[in-house]
Design a protein around this ligand. Structure first.
Ligand code: ADP
Ligand code: MG
Length: 322
């Protein structure tokens, strides 16, 4: 890339678009050396970063539109988990080449989700190298209201949103190069859709923080492993009701009941929320997301994660890079 023309032109054309990088009051975005933002009084800034590397987090040759959508969704999920409202994000983009079709499709995928949730692209960095995306998202949350991992108390009920396991069930098909628009089987198409276009549970996260959930996180590395982060941070244990784990019909049809449950317990990439709810507080019927909330167990003082029916220890498997 010729830095004098190519790089600046590229940023201007694909990233400094009004729909993606709107000019908002109290915000100076792309174009200066730094973005400047003003926080409304009484609000805290929630920040999170996630990197996606080709061949590690997404397959080589991945559709750029789906890739952009997924990269932003995955980052937004961290804001959802803390109960924060999306505000702005930056994009570190490393590209092997500046292909206009690829960039247009990537920019469109990013814009589609950014507009939907009302988040503004305010800056970034563009370099040449193996395809890698780093996004930093920022959200606003009222001071002291953020959902933390450390708030679970003995007796609290443990809930999960949606149907964990779908994205993990999609992985075998992702690796075959299938995408939602190329899969014939509707169940497999559904699983691929869950993998490529996860739903960051932003409305649910905000609602949980307002309603007084005691702890929460988003499931990126698998339900058991991620729940263990809550247990560890809160200094408690949990007894899980394995029969209550909510698997989607599509996942169950494709894999059968037992393997489906394994995907739900150990598979990552779902970006559903796992949260704890005080024992004596009734769970309201009206929840803000179009997905089920399922009680899957209870916090205990054992310090361990066990199967509620048999009392046996559950493995704390989670995906790690090292
Ligand atoms: P500098 O040399 O001062 O680091 P750059 O030339 O890298 O600045 O970037 C110029 C402007 O474009 C900055 O405002 C920067 O935040 C923005 N920018 C660069 N790359 C991207 C990108 N991939 N997405 C959004 N904004 C970007
Ligand atoms: Mg500079």
């Amino acid at each position: 890339m010729n830095r004098a023309t190519g790089e600046f032109e590229l940023i201007h054309r694909y990233f400094n678009r009004a729909e993606l990088a709107p000019r908002l009051p109290g915000l100076t975005g792309i174009g200066d050396d730094c973005a400047l933002l003003e926080l409304p009084p009484g609000m805290q800034l929630a920040q999170s970063m996630d990197t996606l590397v080709e061949g590690v987090h997404f397959p080589k040759g991945c559709d750029p539109n789906l890739l952009a959508y997924r990269a932003l969704a995955v980052n937004l999920s961290d804001l959802a988990a803390m109960g924060a409202t999306p505000h702005s994000f930056t994009l570190g983009l490393t590209l092997p080449e500046a292909n206009p079709d690829w960039l247009q499709s990537f920019s469109d995928g990013l814009t589609q989700l950014a507009r939907k949730v009302g988040i503004a692209l305010i800056g970034g960095d563009t370099t040449r190298g193996p395809l890698t995306l780093t996004l930093q998202v920022q959200g606003l949350v009222a001071r002291g209201q953020a959902l933390r991992r450390c708030g679970a108390r003995v007796g609290d009920r443990i809930y999960v949103s949606g149907h964990p396991g779908d994205a993990s069930g999609a992985l075998a098909f992702v690796l075959q190069g299938l995408q939602p628009d190329t899969a014939q089987n509707p169940d497999i198409r559904y699983l691929l859709e869950r993998y490529y276009r996860p739903s960051p549970r932003l409305a649910l996260g905000r609602w949980l923080s307002q309603q007084g959930a005691s702890a929460a996180l988003d499931i990126s590395d698998g339900l058991l492993g991620d729940l263990n982060h809550i247990l560890h941070a809160s200094g408690v244990g949990a007894a899980l009701d394995l029969d209550a784990i909510p698997c989607s019909e599509a996942l169950t049809r494709v894999y059968g009941a037992e393997p489906a449950r394994n995907h739900a317990l150990k598979g990552g990439d779902d970006y559903e929320l796992c949260f704890t709810w005080p024992e004596n507080k009734p769970m309201p019927n009206a929840v803000p997301e179009d997905c089920p909330l399922t009680c899957i167990g209870q916090i205990t003082d054992s310090g361990k994660l066990t199967d509620r029916t048999t009392g046996t220890l559950l493995p704390l498997e989670a995906f790690t890079h090292f």
